[in-house]
Structure formats: structure tokens, C-alpha cells
Design a protein around this ligand. Structure first.
Ligand SMILES: Cc1ncc(COP(=O)(O)O)c(C=O)c1O
Length: 390
């Protein structure tokens, strides 16, 4: 086990706490929705306690401290410059994706995505009465890539936008500078807006890889670029609801902001307090977290390769979500199989674009992760007997 200053081996009791992950399907052990079974870092808890002790919770602005923390974070962690005017604070990432669609699409327009992908990507276009056009990622022996040829064929005069997920959920891929640049060029050549969802950008597990934020693209691409980030996945504060957009181009920014109308709530002030603390003081915890998750990822990958060889996995470089190919099992629905026979609740690959996959959330203590893997293995070992019974 890696030696860290923080305790990632303790499984907090989450049942009965209003947790979607633990309370929605209380009869099965959950390894699904993308939050982690770790308490948030002490620096966030301290900041929240302090703010709660103040005792007054009226409407809140994004205070200067939050702007400064975000600007410093962008510069120090991702090598990107931004001013406070260019930052738009929001109550979540999915609302931001929906807002982008409503700001730039008319009914009948098209929004391009590449599956498998986080399932709301399939849905946000509908908020603007636009269509979703899916150009699936393709897989070679090594990894998953954009299908540039298919993208050229799929684009039409109605296509308005591409939504990018980088690092990719569920593929665990970190796209390279070359790939992001090529995507920006593709958008330029077809007059499309590029919306980059980078919510997982601080969860890169391999030290030799790094996040290339779309914000680092040359200036000429910024007139069509919306970059979205959040501390929620990294610091496990998704339940507080906070994300931010960086939009350099003033026209694009105005259009985005104006599309809000009355549809988005004020941002929860505790979310902003937590966000500031995360970006200002969370880095030592984040580093230890990433090391712990890398250990989990390696143990999980080894377990699957050696003990469940009928499942296939690919290289995985980011996020605590592993995409597992169950095609060789020749089952109608592997997710249902593991739910019924292993009593574990994984993420069903179907809504992400491929129901022959499941996604395993390994953002949890290692022992707990291993219990889930053992349960899967047991269910697979009992399969021949199960087949005979039916
Ligand atoms: C790629 C991606 N975008 C957005 C979200 C959700 O963000 P939010 O909870 O801020 O709406 C997730 C959650 O798993 C995600 O994986």
C-alpha cells in the first residue's frame, strides 16, 4: 500500500445519508455513479465548517477569493491564462453543457459527440430541440481514437457544435495535444463550436501523461471555444454543485451567459467556499489521491487480466472509472448479470453507447474495490452451473 498523509483506506458509512450511489439501490453494493467513497480533504471540511459557523446563508456572489483561486489554479496546474471576466461560475457541468446547446443551437441543429461517453452527452442537445449525432470512437489494439473519417462524413450544414470529453469518461483516455488541435481544426473548418468538458482533468493517473486543456490552444481557436472545468470529481464534492466555464471570446461569452435566462439557480455558496478551498489548499491531498487511485487501477487491471480473462480491458490513464468489455461473455446484458449474480451495482454501458460494457468505479478503499471484483469473479465462476439451471 502506498504511504500517504491522508487515509484512503477507511470506508465511510454512506447508507442513509441521501447518497444516490448507496441509497438508490440499497440491496446491492454500489460501484457505479462517479463519486468516490472517500471523505473530502480536511482543507475543504475546515473551510465549510468555518462558513457554516458564520450562520448566515443569504444569496451569494462568486467572491473575489474564488476568482483568484480559479485563476491561479488554471495558471499553476494547466498553464492557462484567464481573467475573472472570462470565468463564468455555474451550478454544475451538465447544466453548463445544456446551456451551451441552448445558447448556440436552433431547433433541428446537430450536436456531435463520440460514444461511448457520459450518458447526458446524448441528452443535452434535446434541451435546445437539437439532434445528437454520435460518431463513435474507434478502438485499435492499443487505445481508443476519434474516427476522423467518419466525422468528416457525418458533419452537415446543420451541425453546430462538438462536445468533447477530455479526459474521457468512460474510456479513461487522455487526449494528446495533437488530437485536441486536430479537433479544433476540424471545428474551424466546419464552423463548429467546440465545448470541452474537462471535469476529470486533475485525475490523470500516469505521471508520464498530462492534460492538454483546450484553453491552451492557439488564440485563433478561442472564438469558437468553451472550456468547462470543476473541482467536483477530484475533491469529491459533486453533491455541492459547482463548475465553471472559461470563454475568452466576448461575443461567445455574452451569448452563453444570455442563454441562461431564468433557468439556472444561484450557485450554492457552500459550493463556492469548497471550490476555493480545493483549488487553494487541496493539491497535497489530490497528489496522494492520484497515487492511491493509480494503485487501485493497477490492482484492478491485474485482477481482471489474471482472474477474469473473459473480460477485456484497455489502457486506462485517467479517472477512477474503468470501462470493461464483456462481449466475450455473450450475454444480453452483463450489467444485469452482475447485479443479479454478484449483487453489485455497476454502471450499465447501454446508456453510454454500448451495453456489452460495464463501468467499474474504483474510487474507494482498495479492500472494498477487491470485494466487488471477487464478487464478479465468483459470479463468472458459477456461470456454467447457472446456465444448466436455465
Ligand atoms: C464527463 C462528465 N461531465 C459532467 C459530469 C457531471 O457534472 P455535474 O455533476 O457538475 O453536472 C460527469 C459526472 O460523472 C462527467 O463524468
Amino acid at each position: 500500500m502506498p504511504q500517504t498523509d491522508f487515509d484512503f483506506d477507511h470506508l465511510p458509512e454512506r447508507r442513509g445519508t441521501g447518497s444516490i450511489k448507496w441509497d438508490r439501490f440499497p440491496d446491492a453494493t454500489p460501484y457505479w455513479v462517479a463519486d468516490m467513497d472517500f471523505a473530502s480533504p480536511p482543507c475543504i471540511l475546515d473551510a465549510l465548517h468555518k462558513r457554516v459557523d458564520h450562520g448566515v446563508f443569504g444569496y451569494a456572489n462568486a467572491h473575489e477569493g474564488l476568482n483568484e483561486a480559479v485563476i491561479d489554479y488554471l495558471a499553476d496546474t494547466h498553464g492557462c491564462e484567464a481573467t475573472s471576466r472570462e470565468i463564468i461560475h455555474l451550478s454544475g457541468m451538465v447544466p453548463a453543457l445544456s446551456l451551451a446547446c441552448r445558447a448556440f443551437c436552433q431547433p433541428g441543429d446537430e450536436v456531435m459527440i463520440s460514444s461511448p461517453v457520459y450518458y447526458p452527452f446524448f441528452k443535452v442537445a434535446a434541451d435546445a430541440e437539437a439532434e445528437t449525432v454520435d460518431v463513435p470512437h474507434i478502438r485499435d489494439d492499443e487505445t481508443w481514437r476519434f474516427d476522423w473519417e467518419a466525422m468528416e462524413k457525418a458533419v452537415t450544414p446543420h451541425t453546430r457544435m462538438v462536445i468533447l470529453c477530455n479526459p474521457q469518461n468512460p474510456l479513461g483516455r487522455v487526449f494528446t495535444e495533437a488530437e485536441i488541435t486536430r479537433l479544433a481544426e476540424y471545428c474551424e473548418s466546419h464552423d463548429l463550436i467546440l465545448v470541452a468538458d474537462e471535469i476529470h482533468c486533475d485525475l490523470i493517473l500516469d505521471p508520464e501523461q498530462s492534460h492538454y486543456s483546450a484553453l491552451r490552444l492557439p488564440e485563433n481557436f478561442h472564438k469558437r471555444l468553451i472550456t468547462l472545468m470543476a473541482p467536483s470529481k477530484t475533491y469529491n464534492i459533486a453533491g455541492l454543485g459547482y463548475a465553471f466555464a472559461v470563454i475568452k471570446d466576448p461575443n461567445l461569452r455574452n451569448q452563453f451567459v444570455n442563454a441562461r435566462g431564468c433557468t439556472l439557480p444561484e450557485i450554492n455558496l457552500l459550493a463556492m467556499v469548497a471550490g476555493e478551498a480545493a483549488y487553494r489548499y487541496g493539491e497535497p491531498w489530490r497528489r496522494d489521491l492520484v497515487e492511491y487511485l493509480r494503485g487501485n487501477r493497477d490492482v484492478l487491471a491485474d485482477f481482471i487480466r489474471t482472474q477474469m480473462p473473459e473480460l477485456t480491458i484497455h489502457e486506462h490513464s485517467a479517472t477512477y472509472l474503468y470501462w470493461i468489455d464483456c462481449t466475450a461473455l455473450e450475454m444480453e446484458n452483463p450489467f444485469q448479470f452482475f447485479l443479479k449474480e454478484a449483487n453489485i451495482f455497476l454502471t450499465d454501458g447501454g446508456p453510454f453507447g454500448n451495453d456489452q460494457f460495464v463501468r467499474f468505479n474504483f474510487g474507494c478503499p482498495r479492500d472494498h474495490m477487491l470485494k466487488g471484483l471477487e464478487a464478479m469473479k465468483g459470479a463468472l465462476e458459477r456461470r456454467p452451473a447457472l446456465a444448466q439451471q436455465t
